[in-house]
Design a protein around this ligand. Structure first.
Ligand code: 0WD
Ligand code: CA
Length: 438
């Protein structure tokens, strides 16, 4: 594959016409030729090529028109952080428009029955996170890919209260996705290890973004060592020590930890001119009923005890970035962290107000910047609007990124990447059902 030039090596003018204070251009027009082979392969119904999940084989092409005929559809996006150091973009205060719950069997309910309540712990609590791993743990089946299904169910159940675009049945959102997918975008300019694959479909003028597991991620998941399984449990066990099922209750650490259960908030907001609807799992809320969501929500985390300046620096540079990005997006104001020793005992608990995170990291040399995260995400969403032009529920723009590379994409019709289910497409009143593969 031809080497893609960095935006700064090119002499093109700003193409997005939206961002007027960008000093350098992250977009670049690269002209990959599409081979007859790739076009055939991807137009075949129901085919799914695993090699696409491997970054080294991931080429960029477009079925239909050639890049030469339509250069706007053949672009890449740079993730170099220097390109995104400009003023913080407009990010509207997120507003909760609803919530839903997933029960112990992972069934969807259009209500808040799985909401839990935060219980203030001792400052030095001694929670044993190992307790129950062998005998009181029901683990969600991670091989089941739910894609956006729960969010789509919530949309159908709440269509009347969601504002529609004038004179159509379309949703008044540019993007629908999980908060976790947006978190990955926010942290991309600083990510050095894990790439991602996002499937994007335009349907009735809304872009739906759903993650596809990369081959590397699948390998990691299937070969996860036992200590890693245990540490994943520790995070859920901490939640059990910190949460009660009702506002006046107490935590019950003798119960079963079941990771099928979830309470999810659905929020709407706007990042510059991108109207977003996304959902994220929330651990618990403040008992005080006078604080409205999402300000009442609390994100719970565990982290290794910090004993040295190096550990503190790493915590600021890597962990706080992920924590900030995840909670900033839905407007969750605080993270409560349990610091554990090597044996899995929580020895201290600390609160990190999201609004104070930038102060905490400001003395850290070469540290991450919130503005870079938000500007990259904003430009990425503009990039998606630019490339994902065909409004068709069975067409997927597969957008791919690996560390040290640019974002690239490929287009797939009626492939295994299609993720909008027929029940959703039909309920939304599509005229394009005949194209759709269930
Ligand atoms: O299809 C997919 N690839 C994914 C689906 C990836 C990530 C999440 N999900 C779904 C699940 O239905 C889950 O209930 O999203 C829900 C959570 O969405 P989110 O809030 O957008 O995800 P994220 O912010 O990454 O994770 C929030 C919490 C995690 O807490 P920590 O403290 O570890 O960040 O959701 C849990 C986990 O407790 N979680 C998941 N639960 C079920 N399936 C998953 C997952 N794949 N990933 C994280
Ligand atoms: Ca959590």
């Amino acid at each position: 594959m031809r080497r893609r030039k960095k935006a700064s090596e090119r002499g093109e003018c700003d193409e997005d016409g939206m961002d007027h204070h960008r000093s350098r251009r992250p977009f670049s027009g690269s002209h990959h030729r599409q081979s007859v082979y790739t076009r055939d392969r991807n137009d075949r119904k129901g085919r799914c090529d695993n090699s696409l999940l491997r970054p080294r084989n991931h080429h960029q092409w477009q079925s239909g028109s050639t890049p030469e005929q339509n250069p706007l559809t053949s672009q890449t996006l740079s993730t170099r952080k220097e390109l995104y150091e400009r003023d913080f973009p407009l990010y509207k205060q997120p507003v909760e428009v609803g919530c839903f719950s997933l029960d112990a069997q992972r069934r969807f309910f259009n209500d808040g029955r799985q909401m839990r309540y935060y219980v203030e712990p001792d400052k030095n609590p001694n929670f044993d996170l190992r307790d129950g791993y062998e005998d009181r743990y029901v683990k969600r089946d991670e091989s089941v890919k739910e894609k956006l299904d729960h969010i789509l169910r919530w949309i159908l159940a709440n269509r009347l209260k969601l504002k529609s675009k004038a004179s159509s049945h379309a949703l008044d959102f540019d993007f629908v996705t999980w908060r976790g997918h947006l978190t990955k975008l926010l942290t991309t300019p600083y990510e050095t290890r894990d790439g991602w694959l996002l499937a994007v479909t335009k349907f009735k003028d809304t872009l739906y973004i759903s993650e596809v597991e990369t081959e590397a991620a699948r390998r990691d998941r299937e070969n996860r060592p036992e200590w890693n399984h245990k540490m994943m449990y520790w995070g859920y066990k901490f939640e059990q020590y910190m949460c009660a099922d009702n506002a006046h209750g107490l935590p019950d650490s003798s119960g079963v930890v079941n990771t099928n259960e979830a309470f999810c908030t659905v929020v709407q907001t706007r990042l510059t001119d991108h109207k977003l609807l996304f959902s994220g799992e929330v651990d618990c809320r403040d008992k005080d009923p006078s604080v409205p969501p999402p300000a009442c929500y609390v994100e719970l985390k565990t982290s290794a005890e910090i004993c040295t300046p190096k550990q503190r620096s790493n915590f600021h540079r890597f962990k706080l970035l992920k924590w900030w990005a995840q909670s900033f997006l839905p407007g969750v104001p605080r993270v409560v962290a349990g610091f554990r020793d090597r044996d899995g005992t929580v020895v201290s608990v600390d609160t990190f107000p999201i609004a104070k995170v930038s102060q905490l990291i400001k003395n850290e040399p070469n540290c991450w910047k919130p503005t870079v995260c938000m500007n990259f995400t904003c430009d990425f969403l503009s990039f998606l609007k630019r490339i994902a032009t065909e409004d068709n529920p069975s067409v997927v723009y597969l957008v791919s990124w690996e560390p040290l590379k640019d974002v690239t994409y490929s287009v797939h019709r009626d492939s295994c990447f299609s993720f909008l289910p027929l029940w959703y497409v039909e309920a939304m009143g599509s005229c394009q059902d005949s194209h759709h593969q269930p």
